[in-house]
Design a protein around this ligand. Structure first.
Ligand code: ADP
Length: 364
């Protein structure tokens, strides 16, 4: 498609051969054409990268010299027999594991003796596969988490049905167990919905200057009952007047999750301290003098449902989603959350926030 008005030479890219080459070279999908002898007669850059960057040219190479993968070989063989083959899963190994969906079609003359050649297209499905895995893992975790309290509820309802109602004391105890488990399920569903909304980009941040000291006071007040139940003292060491840029409701949510954990995992008569440091970023520190977290768990701590001690977390009514929510909210603010912990001494969680609003109030 040459621009005859201007006679512009750059338009030569649209000359049939060049355009074809440029298209092939720009494709993310790997493309490989073999002849009857299973030798490569055409390929593109993506295929080259997929097979071996060490071979200068794929052309004229035998397919067996490029790969020992029987699935690839058989798909091309089928193509040469005149059959279309789809959905062949091909995996590369090594540090950058990739997964491809291979589709092979016969090309040229196709008669009783087969085809002249076969064209294979390798679609990169690494990301889709990974997301599918995450989805499956999430579903299985959710089902598992819901089943435990549900089983308890059913068991106690059955006990009540089979006559326990006659003893008012047991009746009251069973009802309170049912209530506890039902509210655990409720909490879990709330957290899942919250996390899904944040991850799905459906949470609108209203970032504005926030007076941190009073936010910490408010969060502390809402957690008084929990703190008293564990004999834990909350210490707000934030200087009055200290300002941070955040969505105040979301900041409260992050602090609630971190302080609540500090209380839950603190020791009896322990202290949870909240402080603030400014620098290139604002840092809000939530420190406890509890048991601390073994080093090998720190890297995965912010993953959904990751817990150091599953039974203990459940016993305390935890959902295993609190830290994942904090992580995503901190990221949404253009910041992050980090943890430092020493076994037997306690933990320190830090919310890092940009000192200027990284996100405009209208942006999700
Ligand atoms: P949970 O609902 O179990 O508290 P979280 O996502 O908030 O879920 O925390 C995940 C896990 O991280 C907890 O189960 C616990 O093992 C560990 N954890 C979080 N905060 C602390 C803390 N302050 N001290 C010790 N362990 C903690």
């Amino acid at each position: 498609m040459r621009d005859t008005e201007t006679g512009d030479k750059t338009d030569d890219i649209f000359a049939a051969g060049t355009l074809f080459e440029a298209t092939l070279a720009g494709m993310r999908e790997g493309l490989l054409v073999v002849n009857k002898d299973m030798r490569v007669v055409a390929s593109n850059a993506a295929a080259h990268k997929l097979f071996s960057a060490s071979i200068a040219r794929l052309k004229a190479q035998r397919l067996t010299e490029l790969t020992r993968n029987p699935a690839i070989y058989n798909a091309f063989l089928d193509g040469l027999k005149g059959n279309e083959v789809g959905g062949v899963k091909v995996e590369t190994h090594g540090p950058d594991r990739q997964v491809f969906d291979l589709r092979v079609v016969p090309i040229g003359n196709v008669n009783g003796r087969g085809a002249d050649g076969a064209l294979g297209v390798f679609f990169d499905i690494t990301r889709t596969e990974r997301l599918e895995l995450v989805r499956q893992e999430f579903l299985s975790n959710v089902s598992h988490e819901l089943r435990t309290p549900l089983t308890a509820i059913l068991a106690f309802v059955e006990t009540l049905e089979s006559g326990a109602t006659e003893d008012p004391e047991s009746c009251q105890r069973f009802l309170s167990i049912i209530r506890k488990n039902a509210s655990r399920m409720h909490g879990l569903i709330d957290d899942i919905l919250e996390l899904t909304a944040i991850e799905g980009g459906n949470v609108q941040l209203r970032v504005a200057p926030v007076e941190l000291h009073s936010v910490v006071d408010d969060v502390g007040a809402s957690l008084t009952r929990q703190a008293e139940a564990h004999g834990v003292t909350l210490e707000n060491q934030v200087m009055p007047g200290a300002m941070v840029y955040a969505d105040s409701r979301r900041l409260e949510q992050m602090l609630t999750n971190l302080i609540d954990n500090g209380i839950k995992f603190s020791r009896q008569n322990g202290t949870v301290t909240i402080s603030h440091e400014s620098g290139t970023r604002d840092r809000i520190l939530v420190t406890d003098d509890g048991d601390g977290i073994p080093a090998q768990h720190l890297e995965r701590l912010f993953e959904r449902f990751y817990r150091v001690d599953r039974a203990r977390s459940r016993e305390m009514g935890g959902t295993g989603l609190g830290l994942a929510i904090v992580k995503h909210l901190a990221l949404l603010h253009g910041g992050e959350v980090t943890v430092q912990s020493e076994l037997g001494k306690g933990s320190m969680f830090t919310i890092h926030l940009p000192t200027t609003p990284a996100i405009s109030p209208d942006k999700t």
